[in-house]
Write a protein that binds this ligand. Structure first.
Ligand SMILES: Cc1cc2nc3c(=O)[nH]c(=O)nc-3n(C[C@H](O)[C@H](O)[C@H](O)COP(=O)(O)O)c2cc1C
Ligand code: SF4
Length: 421
């Protein structure tokens, strides 16, 4: 039986209130954390093998240990709650249902990295999440879990909720920092990395909501216990938001390494109207699409999904069935990326717009024979050549749709119509 770490209490009525959270053992982990040193906490998180759940899967404890050891600057924790990746809706669910779990994670993580100020950069459209978080912060301050001299430990922490304005690029960590500082959300060139020069020129750790929310369990149960869950390199549980042509779209928590087909059947209730599975985007709209044949026997962990030719990303599974036109489907994503490119660098600004234009030309029955290879050429001219990974995020899905469903693109160009209509 798999143990739930993040969604254990999300269905408890009014779990978002402090009183209910306390009844389910809430705020016990900070008592234990304050008996440990910051260094011991970082080591415990390292031992757990927890990897960032925002998309890149970078080891969390290792990231924390990149902070300068004896800095005179303040250190900041910035929690990335922007969640703009199409298909991803796990962080919103967690924040709406169990905001205190996230806040307890922020308190422990801030203590571990010696930050006295934490920020939650939250997507502006997440009104309910914001309201619940602000209320939960108020409750935590009143209960003495936040503010000055928390639980008599001598440790002070303030959490500020900062609402974004709905730009996808502001989920990228350096763009987020610019936005947090009140500037236009242009990504920064790296290095320097935020652990050395982050928010307001100070050392900063940026972590995803789900990453931070796993920390209380790790502290209570130990890093080793967490590391026993999952696979050799993909430890712990993971939230997956599944959408598209399934009977029960939603957010589910499974151990990393769980079989994808079983996940679609048992958790998401199988494909709608008993149709045939055609394709799956496994990790959010930025990750390459896989054909039904690619996912046979595929497990949901970072290594297995990479070996199959895609990425686990943010764990947003988008399911296509046999009635879905892949040219039409990628046109939606191409429009999204063309709209969201910040325009700072030419390959992404021009390339995303051209990709969208060519795909629409093909859809409208005006495609040229050379368009398919032209799309691949544009992808090649974007990938690895931009300031931030949004360029790659835009090119990877287009490249994979064209390569894995080339016949559909060629049919549209040849017959000037869709093969499914
Ligand atoms: C275009 C773009 C959008 C991103 N959006 C998000 C987001 O909404 N939430 C998030 O946690 N990470 C997002 N990321 C990843 C962040 O840059 C960063 O890697 C992450 O917040 C680090 O946290 P983690 O180590 O806990 O995963 C995005 C990256 C890119 C390139
Ligand atoms: S890759 Fe795109 S989003 Fe990123 S900095 Fe360049 S233009 Fe902006």
């Amino acid at each position: 039986m798999m143990e739930k770490i993040l969604l254990k209490n999300t269905e408890v009525p009014e779990q978002y209130q402090l009183e209910t959270y306390m009844k389910s053992g809430g705020y016990q982990a900070i008592h234990k954390a304050f008996k440990m040193s910051p260094l011991e906490l970082v080591e415990e998180v390292k031992k757990s093998g927890l990897r960032g759940r925002g998309g890149a899967g970078f080891p969390t404890g290792l990231k924390w240990s990149f902070l300068p050891k004896d800095t005179k600057s303040p250190i900041y924790l910035v929690c990335n709650a922007d969640e703009g990746e199409p298909g991803t809706f796990k962080d919103r669910y967690l924040m709406e249902k169990d905001p205190h779990l996230f806040i307890e994670g922020i308190i422990i993580s801030s203590f571990a990295i010696k930050a006295k100020q934490a920020f939650i950069y939250i997507r502006g459209e997440f009104v309910l999440s914001t309201t619940r978080l602000e209320k939960a912060i108020e409750e935590a301050i009143k209960a003495g879990y936040l503010g000055k001299n928390i639980l008599g430990s001598g440790y002070d922490l303030e959490i500020t909720v900062h609402r974004g304005a709905g730009a996808y690029v502001c989920g990228e960590e350096t763009s987020l920092l610019e936005s947090l500082e009140g500037k236009r959300g242009y990504p920064r060139l790296k290095p320097p990395f935020p652990a050395l020069v982050g928010a307001f020129q100070s050392p900063t750790i940026i972590n995803n909501v789900e990453t931070i929310s796993a920390v209380p369990w790790i502290v209570l149960n130990g890093g080793e216990a967490y590391a026993k869950i999952g696979t050799e390199k993909s430890k712990g549980t993971k939230l997956f938001s599944i959408s598209g042509k399934v009977n029960r779209p939603g957010v589910y928590e499974v151990d990393l390494g769980f079989p994808l087909e079983k996940f679609i059947d048992e958790y998401a209730g199988g494909i709608k109207e008993g149709r045939k599975l055609k394709a799956v985007i496994p990790g959010g709209s930025s990750t390459p699409v896989l054909k039904a044949s690619d996912i046979e026997g595929l497990n949901l962990d970072y290594e297995a999904v990479a070996k199959a030719g895609s990425m686990l990303g943010s764990g947003a599974i988008i399911v296509f069935d046999e009635t879905d036109c892949m040219v039409k489907s990628i046109s939606v994503l191409a429009d999204f990326y063309a709209h969201e490119s910040c325009g700072q660098c030419s390959p992404c600004r021009e390339g995303t717009a051209w990709m969208a234009r060519i795909i629409h030309r093909i859809l409208d029955g005006k495609g040229k024979k050379s368009d398919v290879d032209m799309l691949l050429d544009i992808c090649d001219n974007i990938m690895g050549k931009t300031v931030c990974p949004l360029g790659d995020a835009a090119a990877m899905p287009v490249e994979s749709f064209v390569k894995r469903f080339r016949n559909e693109f060629e049919y549209h160009i040849r017959e000037k119509r869709c093969n499914l209509s």
